[in-house]
Design a protein around this ligand. Structure first.
Ligand SMILES: *Cc1c(COP(=O)(O)O)cnc(C)c1O
Length: 404
C-alpha cells in the first residue's frame, strides 16, 4: 500500500487568502450596491510592456521555421539571457558574477521553495517574521521544521527573527546559529530594506558561522534609496555564503509568463562539494527552466526600450505607493515601507487585531487589504496595503480611509 508524504498533513491550511475571499464575498452579497476597492493585491496589474510583447511575437515566429526552431532549452538557460543578466544586473554594481553562475528558471517562488532540496534534511532554518510564507512551507514539506504550535502559530525547529516597528523591521543576528538563513529585501510584506552595511553584517555572520544566506531580491527594481543594495553580491565575501533569487514577475509583469533566476557562485562550497554543481545537477533532472519564447521575452527586458518602459511601470506603482503612504500619514496612521517596495505596512489603530482592522476597513470604507498576522506571528496588529491597483482606485480608497 502506498504511503503519502505525511509532512504535507502538518501544513496548516492556507487560511489567509481563502478567508479574505469568503469575507469579501459575504460582504458583497449583503451590500450589492457598495463598490469594493482592493488594495490587497499581491500581483501586478499592468500589461506586458510593448518591447516584451514584440519579443514574444518574434520568438513565436522563430518556432515556425526549421532554421530558427528551438527544442529543449539548455538546462541552465540560454547564454543570451544569462549574459544580459550579468551585464545589466551585476556588472554595473561591481558584483563579480559570471554568466555560468546564473540559473534561469520559471520563477522565484519555485526556486525559493526548491532550493532547500540541496541541503541536509536536518538543516536548521531561520526566517524573518513576518515574511513571504513559501520559505517555511517548503521546509515543512521536506520535514525540516519540527512540530506546529497552533496557539503561537510557530514551528518548533524554525528560528523566527521578529521584524517589528521596534527594530525598524531589521532582524537581529540570531543567537542560535542557523544553517540556512532566508532574507527577503526589499521585504514582502513590510516593504522594509537593509542598508549595505546592515546586509554586510549578515554576510560576515554567515561566513563566520558556516551558514548559507538565501537572498530573495524579487523587489530589487523598486529600490529608490542610494544606500540600499540591489544584490547581496555588492557585499564583500558574499560569494562564499550567499545564493540570490531574482524574478521577472514584479519588475516586468511576468507573474503569468513565468521567468526568474538563481545565482550560485562557484566558491559556495560545503567541504569540497560546490552547491553550484548540486543545483546544476538538479536542474538537469528536475528541469524548472523557462521556454525559449519566454527567455527571449526576458532578453527584451534588458533592451533600452524595455528598460525605459519598465521604469515607467515601476514608477506607476510607486506613485500609488506614495498616495497610500501620504494618505495614511494624513489620516494619522503609523505606517512604513512604500519607498523601496510596492508594499505599505501599517500598525492597526487602537489596539485592533489584524483581522478586526480588516473587517473595519471592509465595512466602513469598502477597502480590502491583507491582515499582517497572515505573514507570521509578529505581523499581528499590522496590516498590508499594496500599490498594484490602479491610480484612480488607489486615490479613491485613500479618500475613503481619510474620512473614517
Ligand atoms: C512575488 C514574489 C516572488 C516572485 O515569485 P515568482 O515565482 O517569480 O512569480 C518571490 N519572492 C517574493 C517574496 C515575492 O513576493
Amino acid at each position: 500500500m502506498f504511503k503519502i508524504n505525511e509532512n504535507y498533513l502538518k501544513l496548516p491550511g492556507s487560511y489567509l487568502f481563502s478567508t479574505i475571499g469568503k469575507k469579501v464575498a459575504a460582504f458583497t452579497k449583503d451590500n450589492p450596491d457598495k463598490e469594493i476597492i482592493r488594495l490587497g493585491i499581491g500581483d501586478v496589474t499592468q500589461p506586458l510592456a510593448p518591447a516584451i510583447i514584440e519579443a514574444l511575437h518574434s520568438a513565436v515566429d522563430d518556432m515556425a521555421h526549421a532554421e530558427t526552431f528551438h527544442g529543449y532549452a539548455p538546462d541552465l538557460g540560454y547564454d543570451f539571457l544569462r549574459e544580459a543578466i550579468v551585464k545589466n544586473d551585476y556588472e554595473p554594481r561591481g558584483c563579480q558574477i559570471t554568466a555560468d553562475e546564473v540559473f534561469v528558471s520559471d520563477g522565484a517562488k519555485c526556486d525559493s521553495s526548491n532550493i532547500q532540496e540541496i541541503f541536509s534534511a536536518d538543516s536548521k532554518i531561520a526566517v524573518c517574521d513576518p515574511v513571504y510564507p513559501v520559505y517555511v512551507d517548503s521546509n515543512v514539506m521536506a520535514g525540516r521544521t519540527g512540530t506546529y504550535d497552533a496557539k503561537t502559530e510557530t514551528w518548533s525547529d524554525v528560528i523566527y527573527m521578529p521584524c517589528t516597528a521596534a527594530n525598524d523591521f531589521v532582524p537581529e543576528l540570531p543567537k542560535e546559529t542557523p544553517d540556512l538563513i532566508y532574507l527577503c529585501y526589499p521585504n514582502n510584506p513590510t516593504g522594509a530594506t537593509l542598508t549595505k552595511n546592515q546586509l554586510q553584517e549578515w554576510v560576515d555572520y554567515a561566513n563566520k558561522n558556516g551558514s548559507v544566506i538565501i537572498y530573495d531580491a524579487a523587489y530589487e527594481a523598486y529600490i529608490s534609496q542610494e544606500n540600499v543594495p540591489h544584490s547581496i553580491y555588492e557585499c564583500t565575501g558574499a560569494r562564499t555564503c550567499a545564493i540570490e533569487l531574482r524574478s521577472f514577475s514584479k519588475n516586468a509583469g511576468f507573474t503569468g509568463t513565468r521567468l526568474g533566476f538563481t545565482v550560485i557562485p562557484k566558491e559556495l562550497k560545503c567541504g569540497d562539494v560546490s552547491l553550484h554543481a548540486l543545483w546544476a545537477r538538479r536542474h538537469g533532472t528536475k528541469y524548472n527552466g523557462a521556454p525559449y519564447i519566454v527567455q527571449k521575452a526576458g532578453e527584451a527586458v534588458y533592451s533600452e526600450r524595455g528598460k525605459a518602459q519598465l521604469r515607467e511601470q515601476v514608477a506607476y506603482y510607486m506613485k500609488n505607493a506614495a498616495v497610500i503612504r501620504e494618505g495614511l500619514a494624513e489620516a494619522g496612521y503609523q505606517a512604513s515601507g512604500g519607498i523601496d517596495a510596492p508594499y505599505i505596512w501599517m500598525q492597526t489603530p487602537g489596539g485592533m487585531s489584524s483581522w478586526e482592522f480588516f473587517d473595519y476597513l471592509l465595512e466602513k470604507a469598502n477597502v480590502v487589504g491583507t491582515p499582517g498576522s497572515g505573514f507570521g506571528p509578529s505581523g499581528e496588529g499590522c496590516f498590508r496595503l499594496t500599490a498594484f491597483g490602479t491610480y484612480e482606485n488607489t486615490l479613491a480608497a485613500m479618500e475613503r480611509i481619510r474620512k473614517l
